[in-house]
Every structure is written in structure tokens, then in C-alpha cells.
Design a protein around this ligand. Structure first.
Ligand code: PRT
Ligand code: ZN
Length: 289
């Protein structure tokens, strides 16, 4: 498709697919039902989305088949490809961790010396072992790494962990983290020489930044006695100074502010103690700072 559109590589079916599409929709992109299609064009933005296996995304972007892509840092850094990470996207978070059978102990990284470690991430693991001066045998396995110890193939595994349920099910426990990963937006070096695509990318980035900030922010509204305004202003971790509005009762004011979402429950009790009432917290669709 040589139509001049920006080309984005996305995981076809997997853990990053829905969240990536949701992010794009939060950017105002009208994405048709993609179901079994390999490539779709966004209706209201010059963007084509290529659906691929996540393992192929770094190479497709570095080769220029796609201009940009969304992929997990684990998949990206396991490969030695020349691409730039332009945004961390805050989802698909997991750790590449070492795990051992529940009945074994591993108190110090040095105890890995001489052990066999099964993984699908030999390069990330090797880097970790080299950095820590460990001589261990890496047993490369392409899937179901968690069964390696019970098969007697390895003493330790090095695999992605998010909730830890898979480890528990396989009677394993997490020991040391090797690498932390989340979904990232990557671009290739060719795009810098293409004015039209660079412009499209910048436009998309403004929207992505706005959607990411909105996701981590909430709109807080409350009524408060004028007398406690000073105290309330100190409690609110506002992105900008709060908006203060008069109310029919001259002793009261309405206070509005944008706050980091994760801090709401932390400040809620303090606001109540300071006399705030009718506290409302609303989602923000988009926010341009
Ligand atoms: O078909 P394709 O090759 O595209 O997909 P895939 O099966 O290789 O990848 P997929 O969809 O499983 O993962 C895509 C990306 O999601 C990974 O590259 C990570 O960046 C991210 N991610 C986040 C995870 C996990 N969390 C995760 N928990 N990827 C895999 N897992 C697996 C893990 O390998 C283990 O088997 O889930 C299991 C552990 O999960 P918990 O929750 O039981 O700890
Ligand atoms: Zn994969």
C-alpha cells in the first residue's frame, strides 16, 4: 500500500491488541472492525494499521515495512534492531523474572552459577547474567517455559510474570527480576526523511500524549467552606492551580482541579476532614497541556 499513509504495526491477536486499539480510539481515530484483516485504513486519519505477530514487529519497523509500531519492551530488546522508542504507553506491564520450584531456595544471584535456566529470552537473560558475572547454562525454549523444571530440563526458569498465577499453578515461585517491560511506541529512522509522514506522526503523538495524560488524570470537584480553602488547596496535588467558583451560599465555594488519578483515594479523607463535601471525581477524555 504505497498511499503515503503512516503505517503502524500492531499485534494481531494477543495481550497488546485490545489496549493498543483502545488507545488509538481514545486518540479520536475511527477504526473499523479489523477481525481477520491484515491491514486496515483508519477512516479519519492518514494511518494504515498492519496486524502482525508481535515477534515480527521490531524487524518490520526497522526494515521500513511499517513506519511505527507498538510492541512490548521484552520483545524489542530481545532483538537487536535499529529503532527508536518514542513513547512508553503504560500498559502490557510485566517482569521478566527468574523463578524456581517452590521447595527450593535462591537467596543470592551468585547461586545461579552452574545452574540451567530455561527461557524464551536468551539475549536478555545472557545480558543479565553477564552483568552479574554469573556462569550459567541458558536452555532456550520457545513456549511453556514454566514446565521446564518439572521435566528436569532446567533448575530455574526466566519468563514473563504479571499476576504470578502461572508460576503458582506450576508450583514455582518468583525470585529475581531480570527486566521490566511495558508496551512502547517505536519508529524507524527513515521517517525523519519523509516530511509528510513526520507531520502525521507528530500529529498522532499530540493525540497519544493527550490520551495518555487523560488516562492518568481525573477531574475532581467539591464544595468547601471558604474558611478551609487554604487548607484544601494544600491537599490537592493539582496539575495547575484549582478553579474556585462562588456558590449561592456566600460562605461556600466550589473547587475544581485536575489531579493524578492514583492519588485520589490518598487525598479523599484529608479533603473530607478539611470540610469538603459533595466530592465528585470524573474521567477525562482528552487533555492537552
Ligand atoms: O501471537 P503473538 O506472537 O503475537 O503473541 P505472543 O503469544 O507471543 O504474545 P502475548 O500476546 O502473550 O504477549 C504480548 C506482550 O504482552 C508481551 O511481549 C509482553 O510485553 C506483554 N505481557 C504482559 C505479557 C504478559 N503480561 C504475560 N503475563 N506477555 C506474556 N505473559 C505470559 C507469560 O509468558 C506467562 O506465560 O503470561 C504468563 C504469566 O502471566 P501471569 O499473569 O500468570 O503471571
Ligand atoms: Zn509472540
Amino acid at each position: 500500500m504505497l498511499n503515503g499513509n503512516l503505517k503502524l504495526a500492531l499485534q494481531k491477536r494477543g495481550r497488546l491488541t485490545e489496549k493498543s486499539l483502545q488507545l488509538l480510539r481514545n486518540c479520536g481515530l475511527d477504526i473499523e472492525d479489523y477481525s481477520e484483516r491484515l491491514i486496515i485504513t483508519t477512516r479519519n486519519f492518514e494511518l494504515d494499521i498492519l496486524f502482525l505477530r508481535d515477534d515480527d514487529i521490531p524487524e518490520y519497523v526497522s526494515d521500513g515495512v511499517a513506519d511505527i509500531g507498538i510492541v512490548g519492551e521484552d520483545v524489542l530488546y530481545e532483538r537487536n534492531v535499529e529503532v527508536d522508542v518514542i513513547r512508553k504507553l503504560g500498559y502490557g506491564k510485566c517482569n521478566l523474572s527468574l523463578a524456581i520450584p517452590e521447595n527450593k531456595t535462591l537467596n543470592n544471584i551468585s547461586e545461579l552459577n552452574g545452574k540451567r535456566i530455561a527461557t524464551s529470552y536468551p539475549n536478555l537473560l545472557k545480558k543479565f547474567l553477564d552483568e552479574n558475572n554469573i556462569k550459567a547454562t541458558i536452555v532456550e525454549i520457545s513456549g511453556s517455559v514454566e514446565i521446564a523444571p518439572s521435566l528436569g530440563v532446567a533448575d530455574v526458569i526466566c519468563d514473563l510474570v504479571s499476576t504470578g498465577n502461572t508460576l503458582k499453578l506450576n508450583k514455582l515461585k518468583k525470585s529475581f527480576d531480570v527486566f521490566s517491560s511495558e508496551a512502547v511506541l517505536i519508529k524507524n529512522k527513515f521517517i525523519d526523511n519523509d516530511d509528510n509522514k513526520s507531520l502525521l506522526l507528530n500529529n498522532l503523538l499530540v493525540r497519544i500524549d493527550s490520551a495518555l495524560t487523560a488516562k492518568t488524570s481525573k477531574y475532581l470537584m467539591m464544595n468547601a467552606p471558604k474558611s478551609s480553602l487554604e487548607e484544601i488547596e494544600k491537599i490537592i496535588p493539582s496539575l495547575k492551580s484549582p478553579t474556585i467558583l462562588p456558590l449561592a451560599d456566600p460562605t461556600m465555594v466550589a473547587v475544581h482541579a485536575v489531579i493524578p488519578a492514583e492519588q485520589f483515594w490518598e487525598i479523599y479523607q484529608k479533603l473530607k476532614s478539611a470540610g469538603a463535601s459533595g466530592i465528585l471525581i470524573l474521567p477525562i477524555e482528552n487533555m492537552i497541556l
